[in-house]
Ligand binder design. Structure first.
Ligand code: HEM
Length: 434
């Protein structure tokens, strides 16, 4: 089939690069249409290199598990405009990446760098943290109780709880948590008029996707992260402690210390991916429950459903909306001939609403089983923090749900505007806690 026949209608292609469509839910209607009519179509949008749009669950799995054929490192693993790409390559001596995190690497480097911290994130190590995480969860519920029955759940609970947990693991002092939160929101929410630096007229950003009003890439935020973690790293090289920062600061690969760019990138991915996504899934669950008293009643009657709530909230919110891959050699997927160098967008939130895998995919059900969602990705890059994220959410719900006597919305919730990572940014609720 000629590329022209595979081109998705402009209106839908435009939606995929428009951060506002991810906040107002329009992107879900686009996904529904694409899965039914053009599950592997090509998006052509002015100012952005053309890309394949992968919307079906089976195709996302098929691509994600073939890490030699679909690469993370050859081109940007997140959607960027041609202008941003050119600027980055100019600044980085030809590399398409500002950072070199696990997400930006392929084999043979990727498994070596992943192995540096993998043990920290495995269930066996996490079990030793359970008691401390429960203390933090209890304090969060007490904070919520102290509001007297009305609060913005995002600001009071969902943002701070996972932030506090991951910063303790990393070794960032509590006094610096507000700074880490602001920097993360500025990074992921760069396009959001309330979260990004552009809103305050302070940004040094470049438009990241042309045709997408306001989608920006903020260089100042990355510089601030670098400066912060440089100091932390120097401290932990001088005086190592029992924290993840010390592991990264003193990491060696093939007998040599890792480079400064790679160390800084490691800190940044843990300090950003490690809380924002978990906050979004937590808030997404509470929002869904506030609108569905029947689901809350099921949980209260049978607390063993909490693990189902955790999975369903991650499927429902799918905080990481997209990652990109680049084709390493001419190949065929789903009857489409793809060429070396082609760029693909994996639409996880679409795969997670695929009706061939999830009955009534647009329904939120705490007892959905099986729930084979793709929100943590798949293959070699499968989320390193998935066990931590799930454990944090389980513990919070174990502390909160038994005490929750009533819950309803108390205003209009809103989602953040972003093509890459998004979730609820405000959730006003009214509740009674025992
Ligand atoms: C990778 C989602 C929580 C650290 C990823 C990927 C996704 C994802 C989609 C890419 C997977 C792929 O390309 O196949 C999520 C979601 C979370 C969450 C939805 C919460 C609900 C966390 C936490 C941490 C974390 C708590 C760490 C503290 C990472 C890291 C990677 C990653 C380091 C890169 C792994 C690699 O490339 O090898 N995550 N994540 N994530 N995540 Fe998470």
């Amino acid at each position: 089939m000629a590329h022209e026949d595979l081109r998705i209608p402009d209106e839908y292609a435009q939606t995929l690069v428009d951060p506002v469509a991810y906040a107002d839910g329009r992107v879900f209607r686009t996904y529904d249409w694409l899965r039914a009519n053009q599950p592997l179509g090509r998006a052509e949008v002015a100012g952005v290199d053309p890309f394949w749009v992968v919307t079906r669950h089976a195709d996302i799995l098929e691509i994600s598990r073939q890490n030699d054929l679909f690469l993370n490192g050859d081109k940007s693993p997140t959607l960027v405009s041609q202008e941003a790409d050119a600027r980055i390559r100019e600044m980085m001596g030809g590399s398409p990446h500002l950072l070199r995190t696990l997400i930006h690497m392929d084999a043979p480097d990727h498994p070596k760098y992943r192995a540096l911290t993998q043990a920290w994130f495995m269930p066996q190590n996490l079990r030793s943290l359970e008691g401390r995480i429960r203390e933090i969860a209890r304090a969060s519920v007490e904070k919520m109780a102290a509001t007297g029955g009305r609060c913005d759940f995002v600001r009071e609970v969902a943002l701070h709880y996972p932030l506090h947990v991951v910063m303790e693991i990393l070794g960032v002092p509590e006094a610096d948590e507000p700074r880490m939160l602001t920097l993360t929101q500025e990074l992921f929410g760069a396009a959001d008029p309330e979260l990004g630096r552009a809103a305050r007229g302070e940004d040094e950003s470049i438009p990241a996707a042309a045709g997408a009003e306001g989608r920006r890439m903020d260089l100042g935020v990355i510089t601030d992260f670098f400066n912060y973690f440089n100091a932390l790293s120097a401290d932990r090289r001088a005086t190592p402690r029992q924290d993840l920062a010390s592991v990264i600061a003193n990491a060696q690969i093939d007998g040599r210390p890792i480079s400064e760019l790679e160390a800084m990138s490691y800190y940044i991915i843990v300090a950003t991916a490690g809380h924002d996504t978990t906050s979004s899934s937590t808030a997404g669950a509470f929002w869904a429950l506030a609108e569905r008293p029947g689901e809350l009643a099921k949980l209260k009657a049978d607390p063993s459903l909490i693990s189902g709530l955790v999975d369903e909230s991650i499927r429902w919110t799918t905080p990481v909306k997209t990652f990109m891959r680049t084709v390493a050699a001419d190949t065929e997927i789903g009857g489409r001939a793809m060429s070396k160098g082609d760029w693909l967008m994996l639409c996880y939130a679409s795969g997670n609403r695929d009706e061939s895998v999830f009955p009534d995919p647009h329904e939120f059900r705490v007892d959905r089983s099986p729930n084979k969602h793709l929100a943590f990705g798949y293959g070699a890059h499968l989320c390193l923090g998935q066990h931590l994220a799930k454990m944090e959410m389980r513990i919070l719900w174990e502390e909160l749900i038994p005490r929750l006597k009533s819950l309803e919305l108390d205003g209009t919730p809103a989602m953040s505007q972003a093509v890459f990572v998004n979730g609820p940014k405000t959730l006003p609720v009214r509740f009674e806690l025992a």
